[in-house]
Every structure is written in structure tokens, then in C-alpha cells.
Write a protein that binds this ligand. Sequence first.
Ligand SMILES: O=C[C@H](O)COP(=O)(O)O
Length: 263
Amino acid sequence: MTDRKPLMAGNWKMNLNHFEAMKHVQELAFSLTDKDFDAVDVAVLVPFTDLRSVQTLVQGDKLRIQYGAQDVSQHPSGAYTGDISAPMLAKLDCHYVIVGHSERRQYHGETDALVAAKAVAARKHGITPIVCVGEHLQVRKDGAHVAHCVEQTRGSLAGLSAEQVQASVIAYEPVWAIGTGEVATPEDAQEVCAAIRTELATLFDESVAANTRILYGGSVKGANAAELMAQPDVDGALVGGASLDAADFTRIVRFRDSAVAAG
Ligand SMILES: O=C[C@H](O)COP(=O)(O)O
């Protein structure tokens, strides 16, 4: 890892109502210290219904926890029943929004072009998109995972300027590792994150490649975070299940402590 500040982002998925959200953020705030926030950016990516409560808590108590949503419309407003726009998220001071999570791609048929349009919409309103890519198990078995993820990255960033990409985050999440307990090896994570970074240099330039944060996601836990974060092209984690456990998420944020203990 270079001087890119690590980002540990908890994707709560469809868990925690707004009461539970406030309790959980308070627990996190209680267990994390200024030293943690100096070293690592910490974010929670919460259901839409939790955003107002989380915003109130974070801003009211001046917490250093960042927050955001898990999806956004590509449209700024209009007759799109059920959708939430980037201006709406910006009004709630969201820092981040996930776009193109594999669960959106799988259950809502989201394509690379749609993901790119959502990322553009987010950047237009000052929100950092966390653009997800990753291969299914069969693609990995076929040995096509690197090419697949590079292609998906290219498609999911189509239309974004160099500045917009540099102000975005990319998350490599192998689908076979999500929620399965089967974490990628550090070498697997490094191989794909490095290939994505090389692709950013090709698509844009070395500076974009060097400054864009690339996360790994898929069964990250306190016990395995340090070895993943030790990889030079892995700049943090997008954490699902373990982000619902304040103690384990804190261990992930403090990955350097376990690296020291192990070393
Ligand atoms: O966005 C998070 C990922 O889907 C990872 O989920 P997981 O940590 O439960 O495997």
C-alpha cells in the first residue's frame, strides 16, 4: 500500500432498522478512537431508511464515522417509483454510495453501463461511488477472472473522467467469496486489484492509478484483514457480515494491531 489512506466500509445490506442503526453506530463510536480515524477512513453503508438517523447521530455528536447508501438512481429526479436520487443522498450529506454490487447485478439485472451511469450521477453530486466488480466461481475456475474483472472495471467506469475516477473507490469482490466464509487468499486479492490498477493507468494515467483506492470484499473478518491489507494494491475492505458486529468491525479497522501481534 502506498500513501493511500485505507478505507474500511461496512455494507450492512438489508439489515438493521433505524433504531438498530443508531445503537450500532453508537457502539462503533464507543469502540473507535481518534487514533483509529487518523489511520483509517471508516464508513457505514446503510439502508435508505437508516440514513436520516445515522446523519443526525454522526453530525450531532461530531463522529468521524462516514456514511452512505447502497444504491442510487442514474436519474436526478422524476417518475422512477422506488428509486432514490444522488441529489437526495447529497442532501443527507452522504459520503459514499455503492454502485454495481454483485447482488444488484444479479437480482436487479444491473449492467456495466447502468453502473457507470450511477457512478457518474454520484460524482456529479459530490458523492464517492464505490464501484463493485468481481467474478463468479465458474469464471475463476476457467482462469478468466483477471480478464473478467478488468473488462467489468472498464465498462463500469465508462464515461467517467480521470478526476471522477480518482474521486471514486473500486471494490473487487469475488462473488464466490461473498457471505460464504471462503475469503480470497491475499495473493488472489492482490492479483486482481493490481490488474485493475494497471487498467486505470491504461485508461487514464499513472497518477489516477496511483491515487484511486481499490478495496477487497468477500468474507473479510478481524482474523483475516491484516494479511489482505498487507498487499500493496489492496487499500481497504468492503465488509458485509462482519460489519454488523461492532467488535469484529473494530478489529478490521485495527488490522495493523493484529499484523504487529502476528509479526
Ligand atoms: O459488500 C460486501 C460484500 O458483499 C461482502 O460481504 P461479506 O463480508 O458478508 O462476505
